[in-house]
Write a protein that binds this ligand. Sequence first.
Ligand code: ZN
Length: 388
Amino acid sequence: MAPVAVGSQDDHARDHTTAEQRIGMATSVVMPLLEFGAMGYVTWVLCYKICFQYLINPSDDRLPLRQSTGIALIVVYAILLLMLLVPWLRLLQVIWTRPDELQPSSSSTTEKKDADPSAIEQYDAYVCDYEGVPLFCEKCRVFKPDRTHHCKELGRCVRKMDHYCPWAGGIIAETTHKSFMQFVFYAALYTTYLWLVVAIFLAENASKIGSRPGTWIGALVVGVLFCIFTFTMTCMTGYNLAINYTSVEAIQRGGITNIAFLITKMPNQQASLPSPPTPPTPSTNVDNKQTEADDDWPVLRIVQRYNDRTFVVMQTKPFQHPWSATLMEGWKDTMGNTVIDWFIPLRNSPCKQRSRSGEFRWGEVVYDMAAKYQRDTGAELALLEGRR
Ligand SMILES: [Zn+2]
């Protein structure tokens, strides 16, 4: 069962609004409004001032009449504008319905030992602390599903959080990542077209009649600035999606992750003790282990958890991302399996589909860890049974 998501009407008692949250909320409304204003301005410049007044109906005799060029430029502009607006409105619609936010505990004093881990421990494997307990958010007082991160602007935990983006209008996370990618991509196309058209006719106008209208220069500046910004975001977001990292995970790259694997057949007697017998290791001490073989994953302990299920807790090596994927796998996981899905913002990402194996599809390294443990101890792990 997936953790309960909150509705837009939710007014939880613990949802104290801090200054940071108020600023975050205000900017995520103000920025899109400013951008809509800027779009109105550049539309007026490109369609009316350049296409109509300069090309279709020029007042200066030195300028040729170019009706079909003017109309064609307006039509292409309208198509690009529509391609930008559809994913953006879809993105805003999803942001406002808040499907990725977790409901905080009803009590601000809920202790970790009293919180309900069953939604996370139902899986064959999950990310945990050194004791095999799922990760706990000290602010929301709830257990966090894998890849969930606490967003300070929202004051809540967010599933597969990427970043809080006031430019786009709110949180970019599990459900919004796909439309965000489409939004920045189409915005890069739209702004490229905008500044190219303005620049070409600005240069022509200057050489033919020596005129450089300030409104045209304004539209050129807006176009170039937003083009640089959205093109950079398109590359960064696309790259992170391809390697299946969120922005949060990319910042934390190089760390280690503890993973609990459900045991279906206990290990042989001698092998059942953790080996090597390393005590819980602070992450800062892990650097000196880098010389060990890549597949020598530390076994931290065996624990009994919810419903008497037994888990073995293992630790990845630094830089081993538990959800790493090949480039196309990572991309398809969020953007969809067909090329049409990549460009049309209708369907949800495939990564929202849960299986018994984990909150998200595990990377090969996690299966390798499970296989190594089985080989070494004679135990059987549910994760590998599920894969057969
Ligand atoms: Zn939280």
